[in-house]
Design a protein around this ligand. Structure first.
Ligand code: ARG
Length: 458
């Protein structure tokens, strides 16, 4: 019997161009290990429920394991006429175990089968992405600890705002990644549901036991067969987690692109994580960080692609759903590729503490003076105005703010007579913070201790 597995009611084989359009095998072949694991769980359940005999179930499982070995060894031969991964595996199974293979699909449809494969893939991907993200978080904590006392300006509007500790800055990224990890775990949770037993959409007359297959796979069984074959929420969850993570990675990447520029000069990348120019011999480019920023575009695009694919679909399987796979694969690959370079790229970079500290001084200390006055009972608005005048005066007279003479301070506001000069330094300013979660060294130490503890638990 030639032709597709649905060939019974058809008079001719499919047109070649249609076959090419219809086939998912060029991209869903990578689901094969998940497809086979799902089939093994299904075959066991068929045996346990007496839908096939115990020997038949064992034979099916033996054959499926043989197919899995071929797939994993790269010896499986994929052909477009198999249409999709499910058909390809079943075809090969029959070649290995003979006609008993024809019983495997009892009580099952490709609709619950493909939904299961995707659940298994997403669950696995969320796990791997989480592990890779943890490696980044570990590197961040290490780099923050090793550079705990370096100061740099915090920016608003990309204008120097106030001095902060580099470690505080790095820990801000850590917090974002913590939330990303939570989102990845939620996606993993959502993917831990088995659609097997739904069959095409309404269940099956065979005495299948969804809880059995679900248990074998470490999943929750379906509660509604129609929902089980229709929903792709778990995939959206993963794509959303990847998109938000992508935005966070892009933000980090953008900062490093700035920091490694001659204009900032805050940091240098190891040569191992930089590339050069084919024409300009002096160039050392932060390509990896640019790609991190660039990948965010496709991560957002992939989420949008699946959302729009799902929009307007009624319940039940529609072939549109075949379009769910490539965005998922692409997002997973992009995130894993970026996360694979980031930990070592962070560890091997070096900082120019002096340049950062210089940039964090000067007018970036103005708020400190206003806060000093306010702490002495001067209404904050009045303090703000007085220090603003002092800034203008220094700017006009070309006076370095940190060395502003006593008489200028007193002229700006009499209460500035008692100003401890230490406050007019980046380190002094940082040390003067006292609010919880602030950039003060004590707060940063507490944040570091918490992060360390968290990494031990996670
Ligand atoms: N290749 C299909 C997909 O990726 C598998 C499910 C096919 N089901 C069907 N009724 N045509 O979605």
């Amino acid at each position: 019997d030639n032709g597709p597995l649905w060939g019974g009611r058809f008079g001719t084989t499919p047109a070649e161009a249609f076959e090419r359009l219809n086939a998912s095998i060029p991209f869903d072949a990578r689901l094969a290990p998940y497809d086979i694991r799902g089939s093994i769980a299904h075959a066991r359940m068929l045996g346990e429920r007496g839908i096939v005999s115990g020997e038949e179930a064992a034979e099916l499982e033996r054959g499926l394991r043989a197919v899995l070995e071929e797939v994993e060894g790269g010896r499986f031969s994929w052909t477009l006429s198999d249409e999709d991964v499910h058909t390809a595996v079943e075809r090969r199974l029959r070649e290995i175990v003979g006609d008993v293979a024809l019983k495997l699909h009892t009580g099952r449809s490709r609709n619950d089968q493909v939904a299961l494969d995707l659940h298994l893939f997403v669950r696995d991907a969320a796990e791997r992405m989480g592990e890779a993200l943890l490696a980044v978080m570990r590197a961040i904590v290490e780099v923050a600890e090793a550079n705990r006392d370096l100061v740099l300006p915090g920016y608003t509007h990309l204008q120097r705002a106030q001095p902060i500790l580099l470690s505080h800055h790095l820990l801000a990224h850590f917090r974002a990644f913590e939330r990303d990890l939570t989102r990845l775990r939620m996606a993993r949770e959502a993917a831990s549901a088995s659609p097997l037993g739904a069959a095409a959409l309404g269940g099956t007359p065979h005495p299948v036991e969804p809880a059995l297959t679900a248990k074998t796979l470490g999943m929750e069984p379906l509660l509604n067969s129609l929902d089980a074959v229709s929903e792709r929420d778990f995939a959206l969850d993963l794509l959303y987690a990847a998109a938000v993570l992508g935005i966070h990675l892009s933000r980090l990447g953008e900062e490093w692109v700035l920091w490694t520029s001659a204009e900032f000069g805050f940091a240098r990348l190891s040569d191992a994580y930089s590339s050069g120019s084919s024409i300009m011999p002096q160039k050392k480019n932060p390509d990896a960080y640019e790609l991190m920023r660039g990948k965010a575009g496709r991560l957002v695009g992939n989420l949008t692609a699946l959302l729009v694919t799902l929009k307007g679909l009624p319940l039940g399987y529609q072939k549109d759903l075949q379009e769910d796979k490539e965005p998922i694969f692409d997002s997973v690959d992009a995130v894993l590729a970026v996360l694979a370079v980031l930990p070592e790229m962070l560890r091997t970079a070096t900082f120019d503490g002096e340049r950062m500290a210089n940039a964090a001084g000067g007018f970036a200390l103005a708020t400190e003076l206003a806060d000093f006055l306010a702490a002495r009972g001067v209404p904050f608005r009045e303090a703000h105005r007085a220090v603003g005048r002092l800034v203008r005066r220094c700017e006009e007279a070309g006076l370095p703010f940190e060395e502003v003479p006593e008489d200028e301070l007193v002229a700006a506001h009499p209460a500035l007579a008692d100003l401890p000069r230490e406050l007019l330094t980046p380190k002094g300013s940082v040390a003067n913070k006292s609010s919880p979660g602030s950039t003060s060294p004590d707060s940063v130490d507490a944040q570091l201790a918490r992060a360390r503890g968290l990494l031990r638990e996670l």
